[in-house]
Design a protein around this ligand. Structure first.
Ligand code: PLP
Length: 371
């Protein structure tokens, strides 16, 4: 089995990931040949930037969010250094306006318009992990292209959460992990997208045998026949133990569509937002009452399923009181609780229960605070 499993049986290990690309492509709005499943997210981000970030003295900057996910921030900084530039000059960090939490699309577009001539790469997240903001990827891509920049997205928090149209939006490249909304298990196999327009022009900087075309890959003659597009970026043979859970998950996603999941998601998160505001908004007539503030965008099309909530009480206390009551949310430093009802497996009843549990957690925090 250890030998024959690679090529025999109903699901040969050696090309097991190829069966998944179509399923994954449906989830991200891509063509099958634009998607590869390989490595981890940060590895893919590096591999893609090695080919898409080609700085010149005039055009050397990478535009990203000021509060990008740390791994992306470090990856971008190290790519800049690798090319002999300095992050101080070449990392263009986009901040929200004073006193605001989310980036306004108009501001993103005007930075691109203003600075675009010196920007080699616009590298944004699709859904911001901290605020939950779903960026207008199509508008950002269009604005970047108009100034001659390449545009890539980290879709870690968007895949399986919002409807993506990577192909139609003309995104140059994208990458994502599969262990957030795609449920493949911690450290699961990550994804990469390269638009088909780059199929014959963009080459991998680093090459391995899995980038070689399948037909002659095992002839072992060291005459590279590189697959075109993202498939040429594959380095190693696939970890079958990571392929299997991803397959199981993607088969479930493909029983429905991101359009239908999103329709439920908008209602589910809208319900959560409504109840949160109804019960736990700031009450001017009752200054002792604990309250919350939602920093995620209030427009459903500008967010995914996640609401990021700030509290008038210390976040650690709230988090602990929720945990005691059997509710596991996600706390992010410095001051946010991320609540993400997921349409695939969360119900409206779950949302309602969360609201009642939150009420009891808050009043206990309040008591502790005052005692
Ligand atoms: C989760 C996440 C990561 C994690 O990267 P790994 O390489 O999978 O550890 C990176 N970037 C973003 C935006 C994320 O949300």
């Amino acid at each position: 089995m250890g030998v024959h499993g690679h090529t025999d049986g109903s699901r040969p290990w050696a090309w097991a990931e190829n069966d998944l690309e179509g399923l994954m492509a449906n989830v991200v709005g891509a063509k099958q040949e634009e998607v590869a499943l390989m490595n981890g997210l940060t590895v893919n981000l590096h591999l893609l930037m090695l080919s898409f970030y080609k700085p010149t003295p005039k055009r050397h900057k990478i535009l990203l969010e000021d509060r990008a996910f740390p791994s992306d921030h470090y990856a971008v900084g190290s790519q800049i250094r690798l090319r002999g530039f300095s992050p101080d000059d070449s990392m263009l960090l986009m901040k929200p306006r004073q006193g605001e939490e989310i980036l306004r699309t108009e501001d993103i577009l005007s930075v691109i318009e203003r600075e675009g001539d010196s920007v080699a790469l616009v590298m944004f997240s699709a859904v911001q992990y901290y605020t939950g903001q779903f960026f207008d990827m199509e508008a950002i891509t269009k604005a970047g292209h108009a100034k001659g920049c390449l545009v890539g997205f980290d879709c870690a928090h968007a895949v399986g959460n919002v409807e993506l149209r990577l192909h139609d939006w003309n995104v140059d490249f994208a990458c994502w992990c599969s262990y957030k909304y795609v449920n493949s298990g911690a450290g699961g196999l990550a994804g990469a997208f390269i638009h088909e327009k780059h199929m014959d022009t963009v080459r991998p900087a680093l090459v391995g045998w899995w980038g070689h075309e399948l037909k002659t890959r095992f002839l072992m003659n060291n005459e590279l026949k590189l697959q075109s597009g993202v498939n040429g970026f594959r380095l190693s043979n696939q970890p079958i133990l990571l392929v299997c859970p991803l397959q199981a998950s993607l088969e479930i996603f493909n029983k429905t569509s991101m359009k239908d999941l999103r329709t439920k998601s908008v209602l589910l998160t809208g319900y959560l937002e409504y109840l949160l505001k109804h019960y736990y908004s700031k009450d001017e007539s009752n200054p002792d009452k604990a309250y919350i503030e939602i920093i995620s965008p209030s427009e459903p099309q500008e967010r995914g399923c996640q609401l990021s909530i700030c509290f008038s009480l210390p976040i650690r206390h709230v988090f602990k009181e929720l945990e005691k009551r059997g509710v596991a949310c996600d706390m992010r430093e410095p001051n946010v609780l991320r609540v993400a009802p997921v349409p695939l497996y969360n119900t409206f009843t779950d949302v309602y229960r969360f609201i009642t549990v939150l009420g009891s957690a808050l009043s206990n925090c309040n008591k502790l605070q005052r005692s």
